[in-house]
Ligand binder design. Structure first.
Ligand code: TYD
Ligand code: MG
Length: 465
């Protein structure tokens, strides 16, 4: 057998180096490099079927149209919101990773999925974190039909592979990848190298047996999945379950998907009876008081393949000591600073002696530019202490020259707003509807100055100071 190849992997960022160094050249951390035996050279030793290339068969190429994909039927999860993020269900032979903070509800959701699916397809639920009694207890408390589900409390990948060979499930849940280990590996359980080797073995298992694998991963306090960067390129689908502090709503976002759209958003609520899906998320993120306060405006963002109405709030107040602060939660703070510069340069409004805070209500994170205009509308509303009408929705991207740029899916955004009872919209001129949408008055604008002009002419609202 060839001499085992080694690499040195940083336990912090997962970067790989060929030589040991005291400091990781990628992330700059000290004493984080760990020796890591590359699985490639020891794969033949007693591990299942050899991989392609060692099989003695000649390499295979084919015309794309001749490849039969009928066998790749998806397994619907039973939750429309999860299927949306997955792109239509679990894909046989693929590996999906669900990350999230401890307590976000990953185990709960996946146990619900497993038991719901267990009736129709074989599911194996492997937990390295909880005992079988704890899992059974949770299932009983949630009144899940546990009769059809096989569970195992295991931490070694080899045992999981054996179980897959003997039970032949269509879906395996591994909770969590951080506690899994490869017996033959020398590195410590929980270390980045173990996580990486375990994941590599499970990916191989999925490809060889056609089982769909779902891995659970915990997020570290820096917001990284422990050993995540090393996992991201191995897996087919990466989704994050976010739990905003103090909220019972959970958002599941697709960050990578080889079989579907990314940035899809699924919304759930954590209840006494486990995770419940929220099929009309616009409605929950828009629960606003009757009386409109200055600094609040509603925008329509585009999340994956659907529009979502969210409220943006801003607070503009005299600088409290030192330099002005620009804080954005759920939005990009850099963009906020940039927009304030545009506001000054092109509309003559200076907020240099003001602190500006912005927040997206409900813990939603907006990753697109369609909220730019709404953010400034909210800031101006707070600055002038003038509430905006309740039935107004604002969207559009802002350019550095003060122009309002179009956003994708303008018509669908407008229709979503109209569906939720909005009667006025400020939107980019290039997005103005070709045919009027009944019940909604569109105010197309080409520049920020024009948008502020429209806002000024809106009928006044009884604002509570
Ligand atoms: P869990 O699924 O264990 O989180 P994770 O696996 O992501 O770490 O969820 C645990 C949290 O959810 C815990 O704080 C209690 C809460 N919870 C409910 O509110 N309702 C329920 O029905 C269940 C099972 C848990
Ligand atoms: Mg858990």
């Amino acid at each position: 057998m060839a001499k085992a190849k080694v690499a040195f992997v940083c336990a912090d960022c997962g970067a790989e180096h060929t030589k040991w160094q005291g400091q990781c050249a990628t992330c700059g951390e000290w004493n984080t490099l760990r020796e890591f035996i590359l699985p490639k050279t020891n794969q033949a030793a007693g591990r299942g079927t050899p991989r392609g290339g060692y099989s003695g068969e000649s390499p295979r190429s084919a015309r794309l149209v001749e490849i039969n994909t009928a066998g790749h039927r998806r397994i619907p999860s039973g939750f429309a919101e999860l299927d949306r993020v997955l792109g239509g269900g679990f894909v046989p032979g693929s590996v999906a990773l669900m990350g999230g903070d401890p307590g976000a509800g990953k185990s709960t959701l996946l146990l619900q999925v497993s038991t719901a699916l267990g009736r129709d397809v074989r599911v194996l639920y492997v937990s390295g974190e909880e005992s079988l009694e704890q899992i059974a207890d949770r299932a009983r408390r949630l009144e899940l039909a546990a009769d059809a589900l096989t569970v195992a409390s295991e931490v070694t990948v080899e045992r999981v592979a054996e179980l897959v060979q003997s039970e032949k499930p269509a879906l395996v849940i591994v909770d969590s990848i951080q506690v899994m280990q490869v017996q033959t590996s020398e590195s410590l359980p929980g270390s980045v190298t173990q996580v990486r080797e375990s994941a590599a073995e499970l990916v191989r298992l999925a490809k060889q047996t056609g089982v769909a694998v779902v891995l659970v991963g915990h997020v570290t306090k820096e917001g990284n999945l422990a050993g995540p960067k090393v996992l991201e390129h191995m897996i087919d689908c990466f989704m994050m379950l976010d739990a905003p502090p103090g909220s019972r709503y959970r958002t599941l976002r697709g960050l990578k998907n080889r079989f579907g759209a990314v940035n899809e958003l699924g919304v759930f609520a954590m209840t006494d009876a486990g995770m419940k899906e929220v099929s009309n998320p616009s409605a929950i993120f828009l629960q606003r008081p009757k009386e409109m306060a200055p600094g609040s405006v509603v925008t329509v963002t585009w999340e994956g393949t659907r529009p979502l109405l969210v409220e943006i709030q801003a607070l503009v107040d005299d600088v409290q000591g030192g330099y002005p602060r620009r804080v954005a939660v759920g939005l990009d703070a850099q963009r906020l600073a940039m927009h304030l510069a545009v506001l000054h340069r092109h509309c003559g409004v200076s907020l240099a002696d003001q602190d500006v805070f912005a927040n997206v209500v409900g813990g939603v994170r907006i990753g697109e530019t369609g909220a730019d205009l709404a953010l400034l509308a909210a800031a101006m509303s707070s600055f002038k202490n003038r509430a905006l009408p309740r039935d107004l929705v604002v969207f559009g991207e802002l350019g550095l020259t003060g122009e309002v740029r179009p956003v994708p899916n303008g018509q669908d955004r407008l229709r979503e707003a109209q569906k939720h009872g909005f009667t006025r919209a400020i939107l980019p001129r290039a997005n103005r509807p070709r045919e009027a949408i009944s019940g909604i008055e569109a105010h197309p604008v080409a520049s920020l100055a024009q948008a502020l002009g429209v806002i000024n002419e809106l009928p006044p609202v009884d604002a509570t100071p």
